[in-house]
Design a protein around this ligand. Structure first.
Ligand code: HEC
Ligand code: HEC
Length: 261
């Protein structure tokens, strides 16, 4: 112990201490995250019962006690599947708070465990798409180049050529997709939220969906050209060219003229 105590005032002591603490924090974080993801994937009968309670308290006012839907208020959830619930509640769209042209994405109100319980309950009411596995949505396994082609043909008319989002008719809009998690991207294609069409496995097969995720995640990393300029394409770039480059030419012309007079 004495040998250790002697090194207290060593120059490297604070650095060593900080490194040890960081290692400890990283270890705890890793242990906690593996623990929670392991329990999120298994749906048991308990989950269904818990989910039913959560549903009665938070969703039944609009969707009805048995999720059968209420005319003119909210649709039936029988057969929408776990994927729809995981998407709608996980992106904070549900429970819906204000009525409007489209449910607004907010901070999610439920924990990952509660969301999987709600999803288990709704899935127990009728068969529907399940939440995709981690492997199905892993961008590392996808082909971003093929994903780009699929995205340009199927999604770009609403979400913009690189997923920046865009306005639709009647106050609706296709959101920006850069921050959306891979799982939520996959689920959106499976369930087609609101005015978005459903892309079932016959339209875009599971590998194609993963390729699209890889393409969108590549956009997340920023633009290879530097500033993204809103990602609206040549319009923004042209505007910068005209304003900045042409502005410089005019300014220098004025300056040269002013010097000679
Ligand atoms: C204030 C009313 C309201 C509440 C509360 C509410 N919803 Fe909804 N929900 C709606 C409406 C309206 C829609 C359809 C419109 C839309 O998607 O924008 C909808 C759509 C959905 C969908 C999509 C259905 C489909 O066909 O894909 C799911 C899933 C869903 N809700 C789940 C839930 C869950 C789970 C809760 C509770 C945590 C909840 N909702 C609470 C009004 C509500
Ligand atoms: C007809 C227009 C349209 C097309 C085509 C379309 N979407 Fe969408 N998309 C929407 C709308 C509208 C929403 C918002 C729905 C809502 O909020 O309920 C949306 C939402 C999403 C979301 C959720 C984003 C978030 O952050 O919550 C994802 C992910 C998504 N779309 C991906 C895709 C992909 C991938 C394709 C192509 C395979 C596609 N969309 C094609 C209109 C479209």
């Amino acid at each position: 112990m004495n040998a250790l105590a002697r090194h207290r005032y060593h120059r490297a002591a604070p650095v060593v201490l900080v490194l040890l603490l960081l290692g400890l924090i990283a270890g705890i974080a890793a242990a906690v995250s593996t623990a929670s993801s392991a329990e999120a994937t298994t749906a048991t009968a308990d989950d269904v019962t818990e989910g039913q309670k959560l549903f009665a308290a938070n969703c039944a006012s609009c969707h009805g006690l048995d999720a059968q839907g209420t005319d003119g208020v909210a649709p039936s959830l029988v057969g929408v599947g776990a994927a729809a619930v995981d998407f709608q509640v996980g992106t904070g769209r549900m429970p819906m708070q204000a009525s409007g042209p489209q449910a607004i994405a907010k901070r999610p109100q439920f924990s990952a465990e509660e969301i999987s319980q709600l999803a288990a309950y709704v899935a127990s009411l009728g068969a529907g798409p399940a939440v995709p596995t981690a492997e199905q949505v892993d961008p590392e396994l996808g082909d971003a180049a093929n994903g780009m082609e699929l995205f340009r043909t199927n999604c770009a008319m609403c979400h913009g050529s690189v997923g920046g989002g865009g306005a639709l008719t009647q106050g609706k809009y296709a959101p920006n997709l850069w921050e959306t998690t891979p799982t939520h991207i996959y689920e959106a294609m499976l369930v087609g939220p609101q005015s978005m069409p459903v892309f079932n496995d016959a339209n875009i097969d599971p590998e194609g969906k993963r390729d699209i995720i890889a393409f969108l995640k590549a956009q997340d990393e920023g633009s290879p050209g530097g500033l993204r300029l809103g990602a609206i394409g040549p319009v923004a770039e042209g505007m910068w060219g005209w304003l900045v480059a042409l502005g410089l030419i005019i300014a220098s012309t004025v300056w040269i003229g002013a010097r000679s007079s």
